[in-house]
Design a protein around this ligand. Structure first.
Ligand code: PFF
Length: 478
């Protein structure tokens, strides 16, 4: 029956490797380089890392399989794929709401993800001009921003925040690039971007990590990341942040993995690829931690600088490093590659949906969505300066101090993604036709199948329900 339904896109990745690279490209992004070290630093290092790995293995990887199999089975947009599976399981098509909630969440994530990626672009600009300056001065191995004091280096981020024009230009350039790649489609755009940028990303990241290992305080970083304080690991705040980070980092909940699964060929073993994608994403997060923390410790900075770690702490550290100017540029270029292969997956979801619904061309749909997410993202840009005092969701607990940017981040990460993940787990674990689901997993003859079934039907819904609860009522864990 499935084969007789024409798939609207008919597009496929050209190989299994291309699918894995694109999915890893979606998963690996600012979540690994910017959010993971910040969360690990703020939540006790080793305790967070331990819980994070457990969350990825027991909740993230099983959900990743659930999402990719919905997509591969349906071979259409996330909403249509979920609706098709519901129909074939004699269940209400209201179950497709999982994908609708996810699509809205990912569109909203894109609005502020592009703003943060814009900061990366800005730092490529400043560190790039710095490299040109050091080259012209005949000192290619100088530290970053050697003509500035450390205070001035740290001041770059607040200065950028107070300048809405610079921030909007950077946000615009990133939004336009994302739109261009998605408009070109799966093979011509997304796959080309992922197959070139991801390997380049890995090489650059390894280079920086080796450099950090040699010139930074590697043993302090290893001790920080891998010595868990078990009392801390059981704090609700740590559990909650680790679960949320697993969702964000593996691109779960929003349907990105349903969208990419839709282009996977029938002979791709999704059980196996889900394991590979989860392992690669986690490996990159840990390697990113091993690149960042040795540098932070070697110059005596604290690891808990939070979201400013990547844009304030690291540039200050590059300042006092030999060849810091080159390392800074390499690091921000790497972050840009990672951000771009993630942002295209965020835009792909709504693009595929409207192409299917409105029967318009990809280029038109992607451009309209691109223009609209750029405009909504302007609200986040302004929340750092002109509208810095606005507290749009002050009436919601946990959002009292949230500006517009925090509100977009909080509503999507703490509410919408877990909500859609919860519906996905219940749908796949309890509602969808068992045989149909099992046949898509590639685990039919493996002892992993009953384990996966248990995790998706029991552990995932319960754990995700808890994140959602704590996301909505943070006072419960205080
Ligand atoms: N996983 C991406 C990151 O770690 O940066 C962010 C992301 C991409 C989240 C795609 C959700 C998504 F659908």
């Amino acid at each position: 029956m499935v084969a007789s339904i024409p798939a609207p896109g008919q597009a496929h990745w050209s190989s299994k490797a291309a699918f894995v690279l694109a999915a890893v490209g979606s998963a690996v992004g600012l979540g690994n380089l910017w959010r993971f070290p910040a969360e690990a630093g703020a939540n006790g290092g080793g305790a967070f890392v331990l819980i994070y790995i457990i969350c990825v293995a027991l909740i993230g990887a099983p959900l990743l399989l659930a999402e990719t199999l919905i997509g591969r089975h349906g071979q259409r947009s996330t909403v249509a794929s979920a609706a098709l599976m519901a129909r074939q399981s004699n269940a209400s098509s209201a179950w497709a709401s999982l994908a609708v909630v996810g699509m809205i969440a990912n569109y909203l994530i894109l609005t502020f993800y592009s703003v943060v990626a814009g900061w990366v672009l800005y730092f490529i600009w400043t560190s790039g001009s710095d490299v040109l300056r050091t080259m012209a001065a005949g000192q290619p191995f100088a530290g970053a921003y050697a003509n500035l004091s450390v205070e001035q280096v740290r001041q770059q981020m607040p200065d950028l925040f107070s300048d809405p024009v610079k921030m909007s230009i950077a946000h615009f350039v990133f939004a336009a690039t994302t739109t261009f790649v998605v408009a070109r489609g799966v093979k011509g755009g997304i796959e080309v971007a992922a197959t070139w940028l991801m390997p380049a990303f890995f090489v650059l990241l390894l280079g920086i990590t080796i450099y950090a290992g040699i010139s930074g305080d590697f043993s302090a970083a290893v001790a920080f990341l891998f010595t868990p304080d078990f009392a801390r690991a059981l704090e609700p705040q740590v559990l909650n942040s680790a679960l949320g980070q697993a969702f964000f980092s593996l691109s779960l909940g929003g349907g990105a993995m349903i969208a990419y699964g839709a282009y996977a060929s029938r002979d791709t073993n999704l059980g196996q690829t889900s394991g590979m994608i989860s392992a690669a994403d986690t490996g990159v997060a840990i390697i990113a931690g091993l690149a960042i923390f040795p540098i932070v410790f070697s110059v005596g900075l604290t690891p808990d600088a939070g979201p400013t770690l990547m844009f304030q702490t690291l540039p200050a550290a590059f300042h006092s490093m030999p060849a810091g100017a080159l390392v800074a540029l390499a690091f921000f270029v790497l972050a840009l590659f990672a951000a771009l292969t993630s942002s295209v997956s965020l835009l792909e979801i709504s693009t595929a949906y409207f192409v299917e619904r409105l029967r318009l061309s990809r280029g038109v749909v992607a451009s309209l969505l691109g223009a609209s997410f750029f405009l909504i993202g302007m609200v986040s840009v302004l929340s750092f300066n002109v509208w810095a005092d606005h507290r749009p969701l002050a009436f919601l607990p946990g959002f009292e101090n949230a500006n517009w940017f925090d509100a977009f981040d909080g509503v999507t990460g703490r509410i919408l993604l877990p909500l859609s993940g919860l519906i996905t787990a219940v749908f796949i674990g309890w509602i969808a036709d068992r045989k149909l689901v099992d046949d898509e997993t590639g685990l039919q003859r493996s002892p992993l199948l009953p384990l996966w079934r248990f995790l998706i039907a029991w552990l995932c819904p319960i754990a995700v329900f808890l994140i959602l609860l704590f996301g909505l009522f943070p006072q419960l864990i205080r």
